[in-house]
Design a protein around this ligand. Structure first.
Ligand code: LLP
Length: 451
């Protein structure tokens, strides 16, 4: 749901669909959660990641409502890889979501806030023995098994520890969701999942059903991310259910749970809108209901796995402008105090973002510039070729739609410190992750005797 902001600021230069829902412009300053971003930048320093609590909670509610009103038997689990820490896990717990965890790190974060373990789904294409053992020890609700090797490992560990583990099998359906090749997972040439076409998916079902300490409860697929269309979901659900029906008649497969994964897009660019959550909900649930009926399958529990679409719009990154370099007739570089070390998405996927000069918001845009970071890489670009108001050193640049896959993919390249992350709400700002220090950076070092 996009809240209309026209009553607050009619400036055509800023598109509020890409900003947190509490955003407004006042006296040319960008406000989020009733906090002046310019004051936030000066109190907390930059680079600074701002998360708007109202937006995160509203997206959780929207997912639950839009799916459950059409298909009551839906569980929404948040994909931690988009961004997770203990506060975020606690917040999701209070909102009633489950979690898609994909490592021992994410399992431990969930456990540290007593996240109900039956609401955890453990993903990953090469889980280690230690991670599988940890998952069993923590009584994780469901393990989404990716391949035959993992199935054998898990079966072995479950037998040794005398546990019976619920699993779903991750199936690779061979469907293209039309997104960047690095984030496409549902096509035939993918490292993820058991292919239907090679017979591995069927083989895994046979083995899982006969394994005494494994309880096969359903099937899963995830096509890729971000997916700007609904058609690939429809295609995937039809294909997956047809496969499930065949497996039911051949091997007596019980499809108690079914997941078409996550991957719901958000809007990054003013001129590239994304679909409302309701559109995905409508296609996914109507296809599931219709196809289950046609194939005479009992409608399974539906598991939905949004990451980006819960946290993406809530996040805005702030940077301070330092040096400005103009190469006449070539390019004007605006150099900021962060870059690919906190947001690698342009460098990795050629991802496009908007930018706002947060202390000159709504002023006339007059200059064509490229916003670059401070890492020792020419590819360290945040936004290439954007028209903005005239910029000077000390100005604050805000980049919207930065809640997902920025902090979670950040690095210490060049020994930079990872940024502070704050949560804003109703005029208050709280630190949820402090900026790194040199002690953090050196903590893992073991100083060797080099004499
Ligand atoms: N479920 C599974 C099994 C996944 O692998 C993922 C994301 C999701 C759900 C959640 O997808 P989402 O709803 O967040 O789109 N680093 C890339 C995105 C990689 C997504 C990996 N898997 C990016 O920055 O675009």
């Amino acid at each position: 749901m996009n809240v209309p902001h026209d009553h607050i600021n009619p400036s055509p230069a800023i598109n509020f669909n890409i900003l947190p829902i509490t955003s407004r412009i006042e006296k040319h300053h960008l406000f989020i959660g009733n906090c002046d971003t310019i004051e936030l930048a000066s109190s907390f320093g930059t680079p600074l990641y701002i998360l708007d609590e109202v937006t995160i909670r509203q997206k959780c509610t929207e997912f639950l409502t839009e799916f459950q009103k059409r298909y009551p038997n839906t569980t929404v689990i948040y994909a931690c890889k988009a961004f997770i820490n203990r506060s975020m896990a606690s917040l999701l717990k209070t909102e009633g979501l489950g979690l898609d965890v994909c490592s021992a790190g994410e399992i431990n974060i969930a456990a540290s806030v007593q996240f109900p373990s039956d609401k955890l789904y453990f993903h990953g294409n090469n889980k280690t023995v230690d991670e599988l053992a940890l998952a069993l020890k923590e009584n994780i609700g469901c393990i989404v098994v990716d391949n035959l090797y993992e199935l054998a490992l898990l079966s072995d560990i479950a037998t040794k520890t005398k546990k019976k583990q619920d699993i779903m099998l991750r199936i690779c359906p061979g469907i293209d969701p039309h997104t960047h090749k690095y984030t496409t997972t549902g096509t035939i040439d993918s490292k993820f999942g058991l292919h239907i076409s090679t017979g591995q998916a069927e083989e895994a079902i046979i083995r899982a059903i006969s394994a005494p300490n494994i309880n096969l409860v359903g099937l899963h697929c995830h096509l890729g991310s971000p997916i700007f269309e609904t058609a690939p979901f429809k295609q995937a659900i039809e294909l997956m259910l047809e496969f499930a029906a065949q497996m039911k008649s051949k091997h007596n497969l019980r499809l108690l749970k079914f997941s078409p994964g996550g991957g719901f897009a958000i809007q990054y660019k003013a001129d590239s809108p994304s679909l409302p959550i309701a559109d995905y909900a409508e296609v996914i649930t109507s296809t599931l209901i219709k196809k289950s009926y046609e194939l005479n399958l009992d409608p399974p529990k539906l598991i939905i796995e949004p990451g980006r679409s819960i946290i993406g719009q809530a996040g805005v990154a702030l940077y301070t402008v330092g040096s400005i370099k103009e190469i006449p007739e070539v390019r004007k570089y605006i150099l900021v105090d962060g870059g690919m070390t906190d947001n690698i998405r342009h460098a990795l996927y050629n991802a496009k973002y908007e930018a706002i000069v947060a202390n000159k918001a709504g002023q006339e845009a007059t200059e064509r510039v490229t916003i670059s970071g401070r890492a020792c890489e020419s590819g360290d670009i945040l936004v290439q070729d954007i028209t903005l108001p005239r910029i000077s050193p000390g100005d604050i640049i805000a980049i919207p739609s930065c809640g997902a896959y920025c902090i979670s993919m950040s690095s210490n390249y060049n020994m930079f410190f990872r940024p502070t992350v704050i949560v804003v709400n109703n005029g208050k700002a709280r630190i949820t992750q402090r900026r790194e220090t040199i002690q953090d950076i050196m903590r893992r070092d073991v100083l060797m005797d080099t004499n």
